[in-house]
Ligand binder design. Sequence first.
Ligand SMILES: [Zn+2]
Length: 414
Amino acid sequence: MLVRNVKFNSDNKIHSIYVNDEGMIECIDCNRKDGTVIDAKGRLISPPFVNPHSHLGYALTLKYAKFNESGTLLEGVQITREEIIPKISEEDLRKRLDIISKMLFINGVLYVRTHEPVLNDLAIKMLRIREEFTNLIRIQVVAFPTPGYFYGDNIERAEKALEEGAEVVGLIPHSEGSIEEGYKSIKIATDLAVKYGRLIDGHVDETDDPSSRFSEALAREALVRGIGKRTSISHMTASHSYDNWYFHKLLLLLRDSGVSVISNPVVSLHLQGRYDNYPKRRGIARIRELMKGGVNVALGSDNVIDAIYPLGDYNMLRVVQEAFLVDHFVASEVTSLISGITENGYKALSIVPPIIEEGQKAQFIILQARNYYDAIRTALPPFLVINGRYYANNNVSFLVNDSDITDKVINIVD
Ligand SMILES: [Zn+2]
């Protein structure tokens, strides 16, 4: 396949890329062509997007149970645990993953981390079938002990999932039975990560409660044990409600420990602030302050079409746009926000980003726009997604009375 007229950010010039039948980048600018030719019309090439926080195992299960009428995380989690997870067989998971993998793929996501409950061995089911979908996406699995390590036999179940190959140890300290158990769960998770040589990613401080301070405890433990760069803190929505002195102290610890923070602005905006009267808090991690303070911040989709969030489609550019909107970013910062779903995401997942060079496997996306600014502004799915021999082409065009105005409405802030 030849992809012509591709804009590279590295030199701001137009190039062509020839991908051979094995799905390798055979040459750049050699203008060799046989088979498919795609004209990118000057659109920007980018590394594939990363979705660093998701729940693929129960995505698209909205209609498996009654609707979440309160809209709270607590009701969503309860419906998921009691009514949805027990219904998920390997076959059901396979059917949904077939759709989910394509949804991720057409949105340019080739790498995704998913938190899978250890209840009903959902994490193990995911580990067993994920290889069937690697042509399109790579799935990294977190052994997720929801609603806590001290619930039933979750400690043993989590260990079993790690033995079966889960790359990441999960935790959810604010959801444990007590504050003491929350702190103990941090010790359990870090012990497991050291014992099995795994990464850590916890649902931590996913509340509006300013006294929920498990992020500090996890970052401190990771720093002391020298595993900060292998540790991620997902959500940290309580940081929205911390006083500024405490947040500043926490920020320094996060920076020094090397932990990543993964925020999920779309779903957190939906779930948090539910117990407030007006004015309602936004309830998201302080993305902007964390980024400015030198912390590695990645942005995830979290739930899609389930009891916790009933909408969603894995469009990561919309996630970025939401982060911009909800945390008061400004125009000069728009382009840099793309790092949340590219380099910062890869860093959180401890994955080396694909390189766009001759001799490498073809793993790249071409956006609908000629620059990241317009791509984030329009939040359209990529024009072209390539993973080796597999590709998706989404050639958006806007017509007014048969006159093509696509270029005029997409490429505005070049
Ligand atoms: Zn989550």
